[in-house]
Ligand binder design. Structure first.
Ligand SMILES: Cc1cc2nc3c(=O)[nH]c(=O)nc-3n(C[C@H](O)[C@H](O)[C@H](O)COP(=O)(O)OP(=O)(O)OC[C@H]3O[C@@H](n4cnc5c(N)ncnc54)[C@H](O)[C@@H]3O)c2cc1C
Length: 455
C-alpha cells in the first residue's frame, strides 16, 4: 500500500490498459500505466497510415495527455522486462538501456501481441508485419518507394517485380492492406507517373483458408471476395507462404501440388500473432500455462491461478476462445477495474463475461462489411457503419474531428495527404538510404569503382 492506497500497475496502454486506467481514474487507488511507447495506438486504422490516408497523429494519442486530468494516474515510458512475484515488483527498461523498478499491489498485464512468422523469423527482413507505428511507416516507405523505383526502370521483369505487391494473410488486416494498395494505385497514383501505369500494379493476397475473412459469415466473406476481385486484387486461397526472399514469395498449396514462386519486391506479412516476449517471461516465472501463441491461462475473473493480484487482459488473456479483438480488450480492462473497485468496497469479484458486439472490415471506398449478431451489412451501409464505429472508438476528440475531415477530403478527391516517408539523410551512415541495409549492392573496391564510374 502507498499512503494507505492500493498501487495498481498496468503494463500496456493499448485498448485493455487504457480502458482499465480510465475506469480507475479518480478512484481511491494509485495507478501507474507503463508502456514501451508513449502513446495509445489505434491499431485498426494502422493500414490507413501505412497507405497514406491518415498520419501517425490521427491514430495515436500521448498517454500523458490522455491522463493529464487524472491525478491518481501516472504514465511512464518503459519496457517491462522482469517480474518478482514474491516481492511484487516489476523491472522496466528505459530507452537508454538503464532500468528502474515498480512495486505493485495489483498487476494488470495488458501488453498485447506481436507479429508472428511461425518460426520463420528471417521472413521479417523482407516482409514487414503490421502491429506498430514503425511497421506502418516502414510499409508506407516500401510501398511508395516501389512505385518510384519502377518509374526509373525500363519495362521488363525487374520493373514488374517492383509493381507487384504480395500480402500474406487474408484476415481483416491483409484484406484492408491489399484493397488499399489497389485503390491507391488506381485512384491516387493513376495520373502522377509518366513511365509506368500504376493501375497495372498487381496485388496478390495469399491465405491458407478457403476464403478471406474467415471470422465473418460466409455470405459477407463472399461479398468481400467479390469486392476485392472487382478492385483487381488477385486472391490465392488454400496456400501457405513457405518462403520469402528479396525477390518474392514461394507458396505451397495445402492440398499438395508443386510449389509456386511469385516475383514481388514488396511483401507484407499479416498472417499471425504471438504473445510479446514479456508475456512469455511472466508465464514462465509464474509457472502458469499458456497456449501455442503464448496467451496466458486465466481464471473466470481474468486473474492468474495462484496469483489473485495478477490479472491478464486483452489479446494475452487465454480463456474460452476469447477473441483477439479490441472489444475484448476494452471489456477486460473495464472488468478488472470493476474487480478492484468492488474489492475496495468490500465486495467479491465477478466473473468476466465477454459480450460480442460484432466486427467490421473495410474493403474499399464505399465498401465495408459489418456483422453484429444477426445483423449483416455490406456495401455503402456497411461502410457508413464501419466509419461510425471506428470514429466512436478513436481516442481523443481532436483525432476524431481531424480523421473525419481527412476522410471526407479523401472521399471527395483521390488525394492522400500523408504519403511522406523517410529515406535517411546524406552524410549519416547510420540512416540508410536503401531501406534494407542488406538490399544495397556491396560497393566495389575503390579501384574498380573508379573504373565503373568513368565507364
Ligand atoms: C493492423 C491491425 C488491425 C486491427 N483491426 C481490428 C479491428 O478492426 N477491430 C478489432 O476489434 N480489433 C482489431 N485489431 C486487434 C486489436 O487492435 C487488438 O485486439 C487490441 O489492440 C488488443 O488490445 P490489448 O490492450 O490487448 O493490446 P494492444 O492494444 O496491442 O496494446 C499493448 C500495449 O502494450 C505495450 N507493451 C508491449 N510490451 C510491453 C512491455 N514489455 N512493457 C510495456 N509495454 C508493453 C505496447 O506498446 C502496447 O501499447 C487489429 C489489430 C491490428 C494489429
Amino acid at each position: 500500500m502507498n499512503n494507505g492506497r492500493k498501487r495498481v500497475l498496468i503494463i500496456g496502454g493499448g485498448f485493455g490498459g487504457l480502458f482499465c486506467a480510465r475506469r480507475l481514474g479518480g478512484t481511491d487507488v494509485e495507478v501507474t500505466l507503463l508502456d514501451r511507447s508513449a502513446g495509445h495506438l489505434f491499431q485498426p486504422l494502422l493500414y490507413q497510415c501505412a497507405t497514406g490516408t491518415l498520419s501517425i497523429g490521427h491514430i495515436s494519442r500521448p498517454l500523458r495527455e490522455e491522463f493529464a486530468r487524472h491525478r491518481n494516474v501516472t504514465t511512464l515510458l518503459g519496457e517491462a522486462i522482469d517480474i518478482d512475484p514474491e516481492s511484487r515488483r516489476v523491472t522496466a527498461r528505459r530507452p537508454d538501456e538503464t532500468t528502474f523498478t515498480l512495486d505493485y499491489d495489483v498487476l494488470v498485464v495488458a501488453a498485447g501481441m506481436q507479429q508472428s512468422y511461425f518460426g520463420n523469423e528471417h521472413f521479417a527482413q523482407w516482409a514487414p508485419g503490421m502491429k506498430t507505428i514503425d511497421d506502418a511507416l516502414n510499409i508506407r516507405q516500401r510501398v511508395f518507394t516501389a512505385f518510384e523505383i519502377a518509374e526509373t526502370l525500363p519495362p521488363g521483369p525487374e520493373r514488374d517485380g517492383w509493381l507487384t505487391f504480395a500480402v500474406a494473410g487474408g484476415g481483416p488486416t491483409g484484406v484492408e492492406l491489399a484493397g488499399q494498395i489497389r485503390e491507391m494505385a488506381t485512384r491516387t497514383l493513376a495520373h502522377e507517373f509518366h513511365s509506368i501505369e500504376p493501375e497495372e500494379a498487381r496485388v496478390l493476397l495469399f491465405d491458407g483458408g478457403e476464403r478471406v475473412l474467415k471470422t465473418f459469415c460466409p455470405e459477407l466473406g463472399e461479398t468481400a471476395t467479390e469486392s476485392l476481385q472487382r478492385l483487381g486484387v488477385e486472391l490465392h486461397m488454400g496456400v501457405r507462404v513457405t518462403d520469402v526472399d528479396r525477390d518474392g514469395v514461394t507458396i505451397s498449396p495445402k492440398d499438395g501440388g508443386p510449389d509456386e514462386q511469385y516475383p514481388a519486391r514488396t511483401v507484407l506479412w499479416t498472417a499471425g500473432v504471438e504473445a510479446v516476449p514479456f508475456a512469455r517471461h511472466i508465464a514462465q516465472v509464474l509457472g502458469v500455462k499458456s497456449d501455442r501463441s503464448g496467451r496466458i491461462d486465466v481464471g473466470s475473473d481474468l486473474s492468474v491461478a495462484g496469483y489473485p493480484e495478477i490479472f491478464v487482459i486483452g489479446d494475452l488473456a487465454g480463456r474460452e476462445q476469447l477473441p483477439g479483438v479490441a472489444e475484448n480488450a476494452m471489456q477486460g480492462g473495464l472488468h478488472v477495474a470493476s474487480c478492484i473497485r468492488r474489492e475496495l468496497a468490500g465486495k467479491p469479484r465477478r466473473p468476466y463475461r465477454y459480450r460480442d458486439l460484432g466486427s467490421a472490415a473495410y474493403i474499399a471506398r464505399g465498401q465495408a462489411i459489418l456483422q453484429v449478431g444477426p445483423v449483416k451489412l455490406a456495401g455503402l451501409l456497411g461502410w457508413l457503419a464501419w466509419g461510425f464505429v471506428h470514429i466512436a472508438f478513436l481516442t481523443g476528440v481532436s483525432n476524431r474531428i481531424s480523421t473525419v475531415s481527412t476522410w471526407l477530403v479523401t472521399i471527395a478527391r483521390a488525394t492522400r495527404y500523408h504519403r511522406a516517408f523517410m529515406l535517411g539523410a546524406t552524410g549519416r551512415p547510420e540512416q540508410h538510404y536503401t531501406w534494407t541495409e542488406w538490399d544495397a549492392p556491396t560497393p566495389p573496391p575503390p579501384n574498380e569503382r573508379s573504373e565503373a564510374d568513368s565507364g
